[in-house]
Design a protein around this ligand. Structure first.
Ligand code: MN
Length: 343
């Protein structure tokens, strides 16, 4: 276990310098925090003169718009490859860095044991499926992986505000905006999980040229998505008066985007009377996704962990292989009861 950011910097530097190449993997279904931190790590590798590859298997059509926009503007120096391609040229001296998750089942491949050297950088609670490595840095007080990555980049003396330096090193000049977007996303626009340090990082990113409008534009809703979200919100059933559960009972086979379900849970938690909210639906045939939110009084991460997912007190999710969403809905009812302990 790595205890502080300085130790993480030293461990990373040593491991990157001594490895043959670096494979960076964000979680399946990468969001802005995951992709932002993966790019930041790629820049650190470039700075140390090491070849790096970001492993993403998600199909472009399935990707979140904000992530697509970021990927589209990346320079050629950032290599995104699939896990099958990665397998072709990984060797005994390859280093794997997992960002924005610490769980085996949330990374795109199952050959994690093929790596002798693994670093985990995350801000989610560890659980039974956590990747085993001595070089694991998990700061659950950090708002986001991007908050951690910003501090790391500073320790690596990377000049984020120097567009020319970034260009010379073929680094994406928009990196400050990517990091800001990751923080904005994971804090629900700076309203949740925000500490003095998060705000400090945000202030420094803005000073270095990040632009709030970039992040806001990235997260603009499109009409179709908003209609799917409000439609699902209207199907919410209230349990024990203050737990909202949204599911499409009428057309249970409807396929949603993961982000739609997150938005529904976000929507329901904004009401004064809501203690916790859950939104569930298929994200592809045979895969049910549950997004959960709480104001902190109901530990939704704990509730989600009982369904094979995870998270923290305020935010959680689970991805379940199932063709029977209706019985999952009942199972959710069962696990909410014991988890419903208001502080
Ligand atoms: Mn995150």
């Amino acid at each position: 276990m790595i205890k502080n950011i300085k130790e993480l910097k030293d461990a990373l530097e040593e491991k990157i310098n001594t490895c043959s190449k670096v494979f960076i993997t964000p979680h399946i279904g990468p969001d802005c925090d995951a992709i932002g931190s993966a790019i930041a790590l790629n820049i650190i590798c470039n700075k140390l003169g090491k070849e790096a590859f970001i492993i993403i298997d998600d199909k472009r059509e399935k990707m979140d718009n904000s992530v697509k926009m970021i990927i589209d503007e990346l320079p050629d120096s950032i290599n995104i490859i699939t896990s099958i391609d990665a397998l072709k040229f990984l060797d005994d001296d390859s280093l794997l860095v997992v960002v924005d998750t610490n769980k085996k089942d949330l990374i795109p491949f199952t050959y994690v044991e093929a790596f002798k050297n693994i670093v985990v950088i995350d801000h989610h609670k560890p659980g039974i499926t956590s990747i085993e490595t001595d070089a694991s840095y998990i700061d659950i007080n950090a708002s986001s992986a991007c908050e951690i990555m910003y501090q790391l980049m500073i320790l690596f003396s990377i000049k984020l505000d120097h567009t020319k330096t970034l260009e010379e090193h073929h680094m994406p000049s928009n990196i400050c905006n990517y990091l800001l977007s990751g923080i904005i996303l994971d804090t629900s626009k700076l309203t949740k999980n925000v500490t003095a340090r998060s705000m400090d990082v945000v202030a420094k990113l803005l000073k270095k040229g990040a632009n709030m409008n970039y992040a806001n534009d990235l997260f603009l809703d499109d009409f179709e998505s908003d209609m799917r979200v409000s439609n699902l919100v209207s199907k919410t059933v209230w349990k024990m008066f203050n737990i909202g559960i949204a599911m499409n009972n009428e057309y249970p086979d409807t396929i949603y985007f993961k982000e739609d379900l997150a938005k529904v849970a976000d929507w329901l938690i904004k009401y004064k009377a809501t203690d916790a909210s859950f939104a569930l639906g298929y994200i592809e045939p045979g895969i049910v996704y549950i997004s959960a939110r709480s104001k902190g009084g109901v530990d939704v991460g704990e509730i989600m962990s009982q369904l094979g997912g995870g998270g923290n007190e305020c935010s959680g999710a689970a991805r379940i292989v199932s063709n029977d969403i209706k019985s999952l809905r009942l199972k959710l009812d069962d696990v909410i009861r014991p988890g419903y302990k208001l502080k």
